[in-house]
Design a protein around this ligand. Structure first.
Ligand SMILES: O=C(O)C[C@H]1C=CC(=O)O1
Ligand SMILES: [Mn+2]
Length: 389
């Protein structure tokens, strides 16, 4: 006979959203914006039995990267999603997601953060890590690349050499697409030459090129020895993406073009990409990320664990989903916490030997540092300090 199961039945009592602004360790330059800080939306969920869960929704550069900002995500949670979920069964994540999807269009970042918090709380109640709730981990550590995006080639090379020496990263992604494409290619070729044949260099164009620029530039990137080209053209230009994927040997990865399983199906049918970048926020949660991965796997398409530069909570939530993916041929870019100068969790994720390591702790396995959260939250009460003569 089975032992008496721990109970998972309780109701959702409250859902709180908090915007947190954290400085980055250096400027992070992308095609569409340069980051100096990250704004995370932290979701805290409390259940009637006292169990709690956390989640995170993070975007890049306000509305510069995608169509959901921290502020719009907070509004969606506070005004629409939380009232819908209060009093609902906290243990039935599928039912909670279906309810949200029935009543609220879009808002995938907010839904992902709430689903994460539900899974975290359920994991705490059952004494199981989130990856076990997703069917079990096929890996509990995963490779993590680093993005070189300081805006300065010499600094990028020094940064990469230091990170290889520290055994933190040995794959590097270069953010290009800003400015002259020929200068972009020269920058990549310089870094590739400086780091040598052994080091895998990938590039992310973040939709910046038209098809003819992409044709010319990818040919040169291929010559320079680049190993993967991410989202060279606009997300809607899927026919162009397919032509580029057919034309070049270097694999083409879809990022902004793919959100969930429906996109995965269409992109697979169109042979538009060799690799898909998964992100829990794009997919609207961990469960939908796994559905997206299942479509890729069925179509023989490689998987890559992507990031929206989330902090520790969002990155660890992503890692739980990626742990349960059928394959993770292209590793991950879950370095977000390392780009931040400080954190709001008590113990930062475990990055060592070029990988991120997950624990077997219940839920996500992360705890909020209340003092840090109070310090970095955007709405914190600033106490007036008396000035004495
Ligand atoms: O993929 C993106 O475009 C977003 C993100 C991931 C790594 C990074 O530096 O930016
Ligand atoms: Mn990308």
């Amino acid at each position: 006979m089975n032992p008496t199961p721990a109970t998972s039945s309780t109701t959702i009592e409250s859902i709180e959203s908090i915007i947190v602004d954290l400085p980055t360790i250096r400027a992070h330059q992308l095609a569409m914006t340069t980051l100096h800080r990250q704004s995370l939306v932290i979701v805290r969920l409390r259940c009637a039995d006292g169990s709690t869960g956390v989640g995170e929704a993070t975007s890049i550069g306000g509305l510069a990267y995608g169509d959901q900002s921290p502020e719009s995500t907070q509004l969606a949670i506070d005004t629409y999603l939380a009232p819908l979920l209060i009093g609902q069964d906290a243990g039935n994540v599928n039912a909670a997601m279906a309810l949200m999807n029935r009543h609220v269009q879009g808002q995938s970042y907010a839904k992902s953060a709430i689903e994460t918090a539900l899974l975290d709380a359920l994991g705490h109640r059952l004494g199981q890590p989130v990856h076990a709730l997703l069917g079990g981990a096929l890996r509990t550590s995963m490779p993590v690349l680093w993005t070189l995006a300081s805006g300065d080639s010499a600094r990028d090379v020094d940064e990469a050499l230091g990170l290889m020496e520290a055994r933190r990263h040995r794959v590097f992604k270069l953010k290009i697409g800003k400015g002259d494409p020929a200068a972009n290619v020269a920058h990549v070729a310089h870094i590739k030459r400086a780091l040598g044949d052994e080091v895998l260099i990938t590039v992310d164009v973040n939709q910046a090129w038209d098809e003819t620029t992409a044709q010319r530039s990818i040919a040169a990137l291929e010559q320079a020895g680049v190993g993967l080209v991410e989202q060279p053209v606009a997300r809607r230009h899927r026919a162009a993406l397919a032509r580029l994927a057919a034309r070049f040997d270097v694999p083409i990865m879809a990022d902004e073009s793919i959100n969930g399983p429906e996109d995965a199906l269409e992109l697979a049918q169109e042979a538009a990409a060799d690799v898909f970048a998964l992100k829990i926020s794009k997919a609207g949660g961990l469960l939908n990320t796994l559905r997206t991965a299942a479509v890729a796997e069925a179509a023989g398409i490689g998987l890559y664990g992507g990031t929206l530069l989330e902090g520790s909570i969002g990155s660890i939530a992503s890692a739980h989903a990626f742990a349960a993916c059928p394959q993770l041929r292209w590793g991950t870019e879950l370095f977000g916490p390392l780009l931040l100068k400080d954190d709001i969790v008590t113990a930062r994720p475990d990055f060592r030997d070029f990988e991120l390591h997950l624990t077997q702790a219940p839920g996500l396995g992360v705890s909020v540092d209340e003092d840090k959260l109070a310090f970095y939250r955007r709405d914190r009460q600033r106490t007036a300090v008396a000035v004495t003569a």
